[in-house]
Design a protein around this ligand. Structure first.
Ligand SMILES: C[S@@+](CC[C@H](N)C(=O)[O-])C[C@H]1O[C@@H](n2cnc3c(N)ncnc32)[C@H](O)[C@@H]1O
Length: 281
């Protein structure tokens, strides 16, 4: 496991976090949040009343999800959590790393959305899956999704968007580059053209993200003891959107076949033990 989450070094979640609600407004997340909720509702065998959202960022997804259930958001960045608390004062937020955080309670479902892309090694991805697992009781589900695989990654892909709010206009440019296709990471370089009341400022940022074949996702979900199910949402695309959505179910506790006796109970009724006990008394 890498010592620091790669997302924690990113300026977007630190000194440039104030740009987040401008370049990626909460209202843009309503459709995605509803799509996640539909899958959680459909694949959960019991109603989802509590949801743990790991890597919740500025709480833009939570803004919609909280209408359906009680959300607890976890993020490694205190600055992003401040934004989330401002947007959703009615949601509980906790600072923590999705690879290691332990809240010592369970939830009806766990979600890791776009923040999963900051898991750069198999050890990171597995650790995040294990965090999801320990926060679920048996028979409950975990939802996550894949944004890039080695097959869909497009070297040099560059996108740009422009948004304005409160007299500030930001053109946000993202460029993808994979310096070493043999490893499990790629670089996402960001350029921010910030025009504040006529004055232009240019800021740069570098994010390192993980890229794994779908077979690795499935293998690691199984290793974390989930029963993985690949879900067709009908919304998948190869142009930088979702490649695959996974639901992992924590297996139900196996009911003992009727008529079987616990080994400890058998020991207690072992005639030799009874004899030993009665000799001692
Ligand atoms: C793209 S933002 C998520 C935005 C979010 N979907 C929203 O609704 O605002 C990615 C988030 O992942 C968080 N992150 C990165 N690595 C993390 C880790 N190891 N544990 C928890 N959060 C992490 C970053 O701090 C950042 O807030």
């Amino acid at each position: 496991m890498s010592r620091r989450a790669n997302g924690t070094r990113a300026r977007l979640y630190g000194d440039l976090a104030w740009t987040w609600p401008i370049i990626s407004p909460p209202e843009d997340y309503a459709g995605e949040a509803e799509a996640h909720w539909r899958i959680l509702e459909r694949d959960s065998r019991i109603p989802v009343r509590t949801l743990l959202h790991l890597g919740c960022g500025g709480g833009h997804l939570d803004h919609t999800l909280k209408r359906h259930c009680q959300v607890t958001g976890v993020d490694v960045s205190p600055t992003m959590l401040d934004l989330a608390r401002t947007l959703n004062p009615d949601v509980e937020y906790v600072q923590g790393d999705m690879r290691t955080v332990r809240l010592d309670r369970v939830f009806d479902a766990v979600l890791i959305a776009d923040s999963i892309s900051y898991m750069c090694t198999e050890a990171d991805l597995l650790a995040a899956f294990r965090t999801a697992f320990v926060h679920l009781p048996p028979d409950r589900v975990f939802l996550t999704y894949v944004e890039q695989t080695p097959d869909t990654f497009q070297e040099g892909r560059t996108t740009s968007t422009t948004h304005a709010r409160g007299g500030v206009e930001i053109t946000f440019v993202e460029n993808l580059h994979d310096p070493d296709p043999r490893d499990t990471t790629f670089e996402s370089r960001f350029l921010y053209l910030i025009r504040d009341r006529g004055q232009l400022k240019v800021e740069k940022d570098l994010h390192r993200c993980g890229v794994f074949p779908l077979a690795t996702w499935e293998r690691l979900l199984r290793k974390a003891r989930f029963e993985p199910l690949r879900v067709d949402t009908g919304e998948q695309d190869q142009e930088g959107g979702t490649v695959a959505t996974f639901v992992g179910r924590r297996p139900p506790t196996r009911a003992r076949p009727s008529g079987t006796v616990r080994p400890t109970a058998r020991r207690r009724t072992d005639p030799r033990q009874i004899a030993r006990h009665s000799r001692r008394s």
